[in-house]
Ligand binder design. Structure first.
Ligand code: CTP
Ligand code: MG
Length: 232
């Protein structure tokens, strides 16, 4: 376990329906470079990361051009062409495809291509916080707003106490074999942690950063620019 390596796995096989752009949103240029490239560069530059894998759709028509314009990534990044119909499926397919290069106890950091604001410091913080951990964990942000649950017609059914509520981010970091087993058994999960939770385990929450938010809606692109240009 002491010699566990860290691998990055970036699901990038979505189409970005909510973003509504013509090309899939992971290829949208933010601060001069495609979102996916921001994530690849950050992981590839981290000495803590042994290798980076990106899962794309079998028909992806963009990733080769992105990588050919980034020769510094050669040998650090492998593209896996077996994205699935859901994020869950894409991650699981990626785990299968990287099997030969990763040990059961090695760590896998699963990170959304749509979070270009990740930094080396956040990767290090997550890896350090989980060093030797039996379960693994994720970056997340404590919720600051008062939370409401809606009933019928957008009427408030309940105010949900915000104490101890966190909003999940990525990377989500688990050991290879555990993560694969969790995702193979899971149904309807939107992140890796909930699949691990379904095994009765308790992933650790490590405080992330607002800059690591997920670019989802059209207005998010401008905010991501501000963070990546260092204005925010
Ligand atoms: N993703 C994936 N395979 C899918 C769906 C999503 O690899 N079948 C990836 C996306 O490319 C993204 C990450 O999972 O990097 C987070 O998903 P999300 O933000 O929901 O992206 P999309 O699914 O592309 O967007 P939308 O839900 O608006 O269509
Ligand atoms: Mg989606």
């Amino acid at each position: 376990m002491i010699s566990s390596r860290h691998f990055a796995l970036i699901p990038a096989a979505g189409i970005g329906v909510r973003m509504g752009t013509q090309q899939p949103k992971q290829y949208l240029r933010i601060a001069g470079k495609p979102m996916l490239l921001h994530a690849l560069d950050t992981f590839a530059a981290s000495p803590a990361i042994a290798h980076v894998f990106a899962v794309v759709d079998a028909e992806d028509g963009y990733v080769e051009e992105v990588l050919s314009a980034a020769p510094h990534l050669a040998g650090r990044v492998t593209v896996l062409w077996n994205g699935g119909a859901t994020r869950h499926e894409s991650v699981l397919n990626g785990l299968h495809a990287m099997r030969a290069q990763v040990g059961d106890d090695d760590w896998v950091l699963v990170h959304d291509a749509a979070r270009p604001g990740l930094t080396a410091a956040l990767i290090d913080k997550l890896a350090q916080s989980l060093r030797g951990d039996a379960v693994g964990g994720l970056l997340a942000l404590p919720v600051v707003d008062t939370m409401k649950r809606s009933g019928m017609n957008d009427r408030v059914e309940a105010t949900v106490p915000r104490a101890r509520l966190w909003a999940a981010q990525t990377p989500q970091m688990f050991r290879y074999a555990l993560l694969r087993r969790a995702l193979e058994q899971a149904v309807n999960v939107t992140d890796e942690a909930s699949a691990v939770e379904a095994l009765g385990l308790q992933p650790k929450l490590v405080e992330g950063s607002p800059r690591n938010f997920k670019v989802t809606m059209p207005h998010d692109a401008a905010l991501a620019e501000l963070y990546l240009k260092g204005i925010l």
